[in-house]
Design a protein around this ligand. Structure first.
Ligand code: ZN
Length: 447
């Protein structure tokens, strides 16, 4: 089997691996590179294969940086199947449609200024058309694709997220996908797949240890501040998993400290859709179904522009949560434009801020930003919720790897910035693992 690292090696977006086995080609994940130029330009690169030559895609989870190129693949001639878990498919239906819509919208805007604007990679219609290619498999259920045996194991990162184990007649390899935390309040912990000759691992937080402060304590601190100042807590969030976790945590805090119960607004149509989907996913969650249903009672979803303007205008205290988590688009941009320049407000970043994103700029202290033509001034206090992440830290990744027994012959580290990959390589080489840090487009012959 030949394994090519055709995406997400030195970065955390654009996940993609190409497998050549017995003359056939397969993809593991096919995600979008997310970020400004030159990162997003990677989505337009030439591939050394035709979409029609790909036999099948194995998808570890629904996040766009893992699934976001699938409609492009189908639109350009892919005739195979996309294998994933049922929850991944449900989430993809929401996320891929949204991605198509955003691309069409961006193109229309750009076309007004420049008739040579780049066409979208795919449209909403292409996304919908791609859904016929999906086939779903439950965790731990072995299935055959051509001469490959495949199975998914729970990765604990977001609903449906899986590690993938592939077995050929000659060898076997595990793709970790994104690995969640062992102590996530909503998601069940990751499980290690049965052993394999090789392991390909994500290393987003490979060189870090998560803060162990309970997130509720951090939220209490910020709620006390905005209450004292009658100001706003502006929370950029990811629509999948992070938003639901925050709703759950705010609910816990309000229960524990009723004096801090302030109006809580969520302005993100996608978050609302995904939150509704959580009602169907409750079997995958550590909490009761009734708990998920109770979220609607205290988080108020904003639907109309007028409502949104009223929320911005009304005096605080209030929480306004909106996507996107790295501030690269979505309703959060409107709220930051209105409220970001008020010193008494607090912007609370709630997750990984990739290089080149507006979220990273805010984190690093930029006070003036331009996000797709919207000028934003930041005078509000900026904080990071340190104890929240949907990714395991170095220790968690190590624990996951150690649970694979017997040990693999080699561990490949990808899906991480340089520090994450090198830090984690050092950690596990000390423990006796043979480690490889593949550069982009590296090819390995696995036997
Ligand atoms: Zn992910």
């Amino acid at each position: 089997m030949k394994l090519s690292f055709t995406g997400a090696t030195e970065t955390v977006t654009g996940s993609q691996y190409l497998i050549n086995s017995e003359g056939k080609r397969f993809l593991v994940d096919f995600g979008l590179y997310q970020g400004p130029e030159p990162i997003s330009r990677m989505n337009r690169r030439e591939f050394p294969w035709e979409p029609s030559e790909i036999q099948a895609v194995f998808l570890t989870h629904a996040h766009m940086d893992h699934s976001g190129m699938i409609p492009w693949l189908v639109r350009n001639g892919f005739k195979g199947r996309v294998h994933c878990t049922p929850e991944t498919f449900e989430l993809c239906k929401i996320l891929l449609i949204d991605s198509g819509k955003i691309q069409e919208g961006d193109y229309k805007k750009e076309f007004k200024k420049n008739e040579k604007a780049q066409k979208p990679l795919y449209t909403e219609e292409d996304a919908i058309n791609s859904f016929d290619s999906f086939v779903t498999h439950e965790f731990k259920h072995e299935f055959h694709v051509d001469h490959l045996k495949a199975s998914f194991t729970r990765a604990g990162h977001i609903p449906g997220a899986a590690s993938l184990r592939l077995v050929t007649p000659q060898t076997s390899v595990i793709f970790s996908g994104d690995i969640g935390r062992y102590d996530d309040p909503l998601m069940y912990p990751p499980e290690a797949p049965p052993s394999a000759d090789y392991v390909v691992m994500e290393t987003t937080y490979g060189n870090r240890l998560h803060d162990t402060t309970p997130p509720e304590e951090e939220l209490i601190k910020y709620l006390e501040l905005i209450k004292k100042r009658s100001s706003k807590l502006i929370v950029p969030t990811f629509a999948v998993a992070r938003a639901q976790l925050l709703i759950h945590l705010f609910k816990q805090v309000f229960h524990k400290r009723p004096d801090l119960k302030v109006p809580f607004f969520v302005h993100s149509p996608m978050t609302e859709k995904v939150t509704n989907l959580y009602k169907d996913f409750h079997m995958q969650l550590r909490i009761d179904e009734s708990e998920v249903h109770s979220w609607d009672e205290f988080a108020r979803f904003i639907h109309w522009k007028k409502e949104s303007e009223n929320v911005d205008r009304k005096p605080g205290p209030a929480i306004i949560m909106a996507a996107s988590g790295m501030v690269s688009g979505g309703k959060i941009v409107e709220h930051l434009k209105e409220l970001g320049d008020e010193e008494q407000n607090i912007i609370l970043l709630t997750g990984y801020q990739a290089e080149g994103t507006p979220g990273r700029e805010i984190l690093e202290g930029s006070t003036r930003l331009k996000i797709s033509d919207v000028k934003i001034e930041i005078k509000a206090e900026v904080h990071v919720l340190k104890s929240l992440s949907a990714h395991a830290d170095g220790q968690g990744l190590h624990r996951w790897l150690d649970a694979i027994s017997p040990r693999p012959k080699k561990v490949f580290l990808s899906h991480g910035e340089e520090d994450g990959r090198e830090g984690f390589a050092e950690l596990i080489s000390k423990d006796g693992y043979e480690v490889e840090i593949p550069p982009l487009d590296a090819v390995y012959n696995l036997i």
